[in-house]
Write a protein that binds this ligand. Structure first.
Ligand code: PEP
Length: 255
């Protein structure tokens, strides 16, 4: 079965609650193409207002992170249950800005995915090598290490989505070439197949992330292994995100 494209806008620490809701209204007013799933990932304070605008529409609500414990005395943290209550359906886990800035590693990321699966939420698990790793020929090793977060899972958690985000391409304006991204996606799918079997691997959507724009999206999506994108900077403006979603829909022959 063909995998349906998915485009996720990660706003990072941009957009207040009011700005996020206004963006969502504008995006919906522009009209999204059929044949592509779209999700918005605001910062926690904007989840409720954006969710209210998206309720009953085809655009899903995503969160940028979740805490690894289900509940308790964890000041400042947000649980999977809290996200589920806000009708979040997709949650980023292991974004490189958190791996690097917050020291998050595979055991903790596995716990986060377990919490999400318990609540029926979909993890969007991010992997990707640093420039140093790529230049040292250690890209596959880095990806395999990050995929060890699935070690204790007998099957993919939730309806898992994986994003390949080479660290050197995030926010740099230097996107991976389609061929390089497709090669990494094929490696990730092979690692998924080794762990969960070929069918589960074939069903898992793999997104590319790292300086995706309306200018380079179509070429990336032309690669069969690339099922959509996790978009940062180019998701901050509705028209730009819409063009990327259109390119994804076209790649699936649906726009
Ligand atoms: C990201 O933050 O996941 C990302 C891919 O950012 P950008 O599109 O700005 O490179």
């Amino acid at each position: 079965m063909a995998r349906r494209p998915l485009v996720v806008g990660n706003w990072k620490m941009h957009k207040t609650s009011r700005e996020g809701a206004a963006f969502a209204e504008e995006l919906l007013a522009l009209g999204l193409p059929d044949g592509v799933d779209v999700a918005l990932a605001p910062a926690f304070p904007a989840l409720e207002s954006v969710g209210r605008v998206l309720a009953g529409t085809s655009v899903a609500l995503a969160a940028q992170d979740v805490f690894a414990e289900p509940a308790g005395a964890y000041t400042g943290e947000v649980s999977a249950a809290m996200l589920a209550d806000l009708e979040v359906s997709l949650v980023l886990v292991g974004h490189s800005e958190r791996r690097r800035g917050r020291g998050e590693a595979e055991p903790e990321l596995a716990e986060k995915m377990r919490r999400l699966a318990e609540r029926g939420l979909t993890p969007l698990y991010c992997v990707g090598e640093t420039l140093e790793e790529r230049e040292a020929g250690r890209t596959l090793e880095a990806l395999a290490r990050q995929m060890e977060a699935f070690e204790a899972f007998g099957e993919p958690p939730g309806s898992l989505v994986v994003a390949y985000e080479p660290v050197w391409a995030i926010g740099t304006g230097r996107a991976a070439t389609p061929a390089l991204a497709a090669e990494a996606h094929a490696d990730i799918r092979r690692l998924l197949a080794e762990r969960f079997g070929r069918d589960a691997a074939a069903d898992t959507r793999l997104l590319y992330g790292g300086s995706v724009t309306r200018g380079n999206a179509a070429a990336l999506f032309a690669e069969e292994e690339i099922d959509g994108a996790l978009v940062g900077g180019a998701a901050l403006e509705p028209g730009s995100l819409l063009e990327i979603a259109r390119a994804a829909a076209r790649s699936a022959g649906r726009d």
